[in-house]
Design a protein around this ligand. Structure first.
Ligand code: NAD
Ligand code: UDP
Length: 343
């Protein structure tokens, strides 16, 4: 066994399959993260054997608690920048491995870039060897600070190549390039989702993204830190809706010829979000302003016509419902079960 990985928990999901084994096997890179753990859970529910690969940079073992004992689940501690464990045989690959929160992806920008580029290469090679279908978690960040609003998939974006966000934005753009080149060159079945801001249960209190920051600050009675004027906008999708979009995209009979936007088109200013969170938490916290980070996009809203028309997908959980669930999750995580909202 290579030194670069450690099997944390062995189920039936690694290595060559017995001839009688019919269940499909999915690999989830980034499986211990916020979205990755929800995806593993969903795939297990759908009858897959699941192998999670994760370097636990931002992922947590306790995200896996509800299904860790499932014999069909295997977890391997591994950095996808390094050569993948030998002997992996899978039918489907989901690449979610990459820190997604600005403070986390900027902490080691070179490794973030390598994760998107070298990590994607390693997984694409595995897909080629195994003849597996492969999914890439791309991002609305490929649109940068957009001049077209809302953003359709056909918009090429407005991205700074050399700012502090570039390691993430340009890494994800490069990964998209690799995915489409592998498809054209080797006929690989690829699915690329451009994910817009998503929130929900299993976010970490120290994640650093706006929804978790505001909820944690409000629950602790601390000031809510709005960066800049707070007039910049984002569109917030609840995690369960997004995972349904992943599954529909992966299982669509034909691979779309381009990346597909997945997100909730409801658009809110950051000030509106702060006000909602203070209200839902019955908090006495004040709203304070902090400097706007460099290259912070001014507006973001997905055009989801393609997903709606071709995958029959659209979000079902609005911001009020999603925030109520997420407030309850953080309240339980931080203080035990006091249930302060009516979710
Ligand atoms: P997250 O930080 O919770 O999850 C990322 C997971 O990948 C973590 O478990 C982390 O430990 C793991 N990871 C990071 N680098 C790795 C590496 N080199 N090798 C192996 N594992 C590694 O973030 P998330 O919100 O769950 O995001 C999941 C994916 O979705 C990311 O690729 C992210 O870019 C993409 N995405 C998320 C959002 C969002 O709003 N949540 C938006 C756009 C794109
Ligand atoms: N933001 C904020 N306060 C925070 C964290 C973030 O006002 O404590 C702002 C941030 O400047 C951005 C928006 O909220 O305008 C969304 O930030 P996040 O990091 O969640 O996602 P991204 O910028 O990647 O869309």
């Amino acid at each position: 066994m290579s030194k670069v990985f450690k099997v944390l928990k062995l189920g039936s999901g690694i290595g060559q399959r017995e001839p009688h084994q019919k269940r499909r096997r999915a690999l989830v890179a980034g499986g211990a993260g916020f979205l990755g753990s929800h995806l593993c859970e969903r795939l297990l529910r759908d009858g897959y054997d699941v192998v999670a690969l994760d370097n636990f940079h931002t992922g947590k073992r306790y995200n896996l608690n509800t299904f860790l004992r499932d014999p069909r689940f295997t977890c391997i501690e591994h950095d996808i920048v390094d050569p993948l464990p030998a002997g992996l045989e899978v039918d489907e690959i989901y690449n979610l491995a990459c820190p997604a929160s600005p403070p986390h992806y900027q902490a080691d920008p070179i490794h973030t870039f390598k994760t998107s580029v070298l990590g994607s290469l390693n997984l694409l090679e595995l897909a080629r060897r195994s003849n597996a279908k492969i999914f890439q978690a791309s991002t609305s960040e490929v649109y940068g600070d957009p001049f077209v609003h809302p953003q359709p998939e056909s918009y090429f974006g407005n991205v700074n190549t050399h700012g502090p966000r570039s390691c993430y934005d340009e890494g994800k753009r490069s990964a998209e390039t690799l995915f489409f080149d592998y498809s054209r060159t080797y006929g690989l079945d690829i699915r690329v989702a451009r994910i817009f801001n998503t929130y929900g249960r299993r976010m970490q209190p120290d994640d650093g993204r706006v929804v978790s920051n505001f909820i944690v600050q409000a629950l602790r009675g601390e000031d809510l830190t709005v960066y800049g004027s707070g007039l910049q906008t984002r569109s917030f999708c609840y995690a369960d809706d997004l995972i349904e979009g992943f599954i529909r995209l992966m299982n669509a009979p034909h691979a779309p010829a381009h990346p597909v936007n997945l997100g909730n088109p409801g658009e809110f200013t950051i000030m509106e979000l702060a006000t909602l969170v203070v209200g839902y938490t019955n908090s006495r916290s004040k709203i304070v302003h902090r400097p706007l980070p460099i290259d912070d996009p001014r507006q973001r809203k997905p055009d989801i016509s393609f997903a709606r028309d071709n995958l029959g997908w659209e979000p079902r959980i609005n911001l009020a419902q999603g925030l109520a669930h997420t407030v309850d999750y953080f309240d339980t995580l931080l203080y035990g079960s006091r249930m302060i909202t009516g979710a």
